[in-house]
Design a protein around this ligand. Sequence first.
Ligand code: GLU
Length: 491
Amino acid sequence: MARLEGLTTTPAVTRVAPSPTGDPHVGTGYVALFNWALAKRTGGRFILRIEDTDQARSRSEHEGAIIDALAWLGIEADESPRAGGDYGPYRQSERGEIYADHCGQLIEKGAAYRCFCTSERLAEMRAAQKAAKGQMGYDGLCRSLTAHESASRAADGEPHVVRLAVDKSGVTRFTDLLRGEIEIQNREVDDQVLLKTDGMPTYHLANVVDDHLMGVTIIMRAEEWIPSVPKHVMLYDAFEWSAPTYAHVPLLRNADKSKISKRKNPTSILWYRDEGFLPEAMLNFLALQGWRPNEDRELFTTEEFVAEFDPHAISTGGPVFDMTKLEWVNGEKIRELSPDELASRLTNGGFAEGWTRDEVLGVLPLFQERLKRLSEFLDQSRYIRETVEPDMEGLRKKTKKVEPALLATGLREAAEVLTSMAGKSHDEQEAALRAIADRHEFKVGALFMGLRIAITGAMASPPLLPSVDAVGAEESARRTLALVEQLAATA
Ligand code: GLU
C-alpha cells in the first residue's frame, strides 16, 4: 500500500475530534490511541479538539467525561480545551468567527456561494428529483445569483446558508495511506452546506479549517469518514492549502460485523473502567484491533506500543470487539501487576468495598491468578467472610462413585484433621487428608471436592488449603460438618 517516507521520524501533528454527544465511546479511545502514539513516537503534538457544532446534542458533561476517559486510558492530549495550547480555542463552538471569516474568503474567491432557498423549496426540489429518479442533491439555483444581489440580500438579513460551489466536471482523487488511491466523480458530490442559517459551520468546514490552522499533518480516523474526504479535498484546494495525509482505520465491529453498537456491546469506556478492566489492558486490546507489533505478540506495554507504532502496519480488516479476548488480555495484565499494585487498584477503584488494603493483600495470592475483571473480586472472595450455599448438585455429580454415607464419614474425619492440624504445613495436612480417603477406599479427589464445596461453596475455586487458612480452620471444619448434615438430610 501507499508508503510515506519519514512518517515515523518526522514530528507528526495528530488529533482526535470527538463530538460530545454521549458517553466516551470505545471507538474514540481506539482512534485516539493511534493518533496519540504517533505524535508521541515522533515527538510531535497530539490535539484533542471538541467538535460541538451540533449545539442541540452537545453537552459539556460529555466533553469532560471524554477527556477524563482518555486520561484514564493514559492518553493525555498536548492541546485540548482543558490543557490549552497555542492553536486554540479547542472547542469549535468558540471558533465561530474563524469559520465565518474563512467562509467569507471562499465566497470572495467564488468557491462558495450564499443560498437563500427556503426549506419548502428544497423539499419540493427533493420530491421532484425523487419522482424523476434523477440525481439527488442541490440543483444549484442560487449559484447564478450575481455577487451584488447575493451580498445585498444577505445585508437585508434574508436567511441563507453558504454552500460549496462544486465543479461538477472531472474527478477528485486522494491517497489513503492504508487503502491506496481513492477517486470519486465530482458530479456525485453535492454543493455541501458549509455555514448553516444560524451561522454555525457544518462538520466539513469546521473540520478542514481547524485541521489546517492547528497544523495537523496526518488524520487517522474511522473509515466511515471516507465519503467526506472529496469535499474536504475540494475545500483544501479552494483555500489553496495542502491537505494532510489520510489514514482511515477500520471500524470496531460487533460479532455480526455490524458497526459496534450499544445494543450488542457496551460502548462506553466508563463501563469498562467500572467493570474493572485495567486501562493498560484496554489500551493493549484496542491497539490489537487494528495493529500488531512486529513479532506478532498479543501482549505489550503502552511504552512498547508507542515505540513501535507505525500507521503503515494498521490492517484494514474489520476487527471484532471480542469480550472474551479482552478478558484474557485483562487477566494477563492483572497477573503482571505486583500484589501491592493490584491491592491498590482493587481498593482505590472501589472493587473491594468493606476490605482494607492490607486485608486484600493478605488474600490476593488466592485470587490474582483467577481474576479476569477487578469487579469479580468481591464475588470470588465472598466465601472467605460469609458462609456460602454449597453447590450440592455439583457435589453429587463429582462424587457419584462414592457412597454418600462413606463420603460423610470421610468428611467428618477431614473436619477433625483441619482443626487438629491447623498451622501445620500444607504438605502434612494434605497427607493426612489423603490417608482418610485411602482408609475408606475412595478417591482423594472426591474428598477434596467435598471440602472445597463445603468451604468455598463452589466446584471451581482458589486452592483448597490456602482457602482453609483464609477462612480459618475452625470455621472451615464447621462448614464441612454442616455439609455432612446436608448430605445426611438428602441421602
Ligand atoms: N467529529 C467527528 C467525530 O465525531 C470527527 C471526525 C474526524 O475525525 O474528522 O468523529
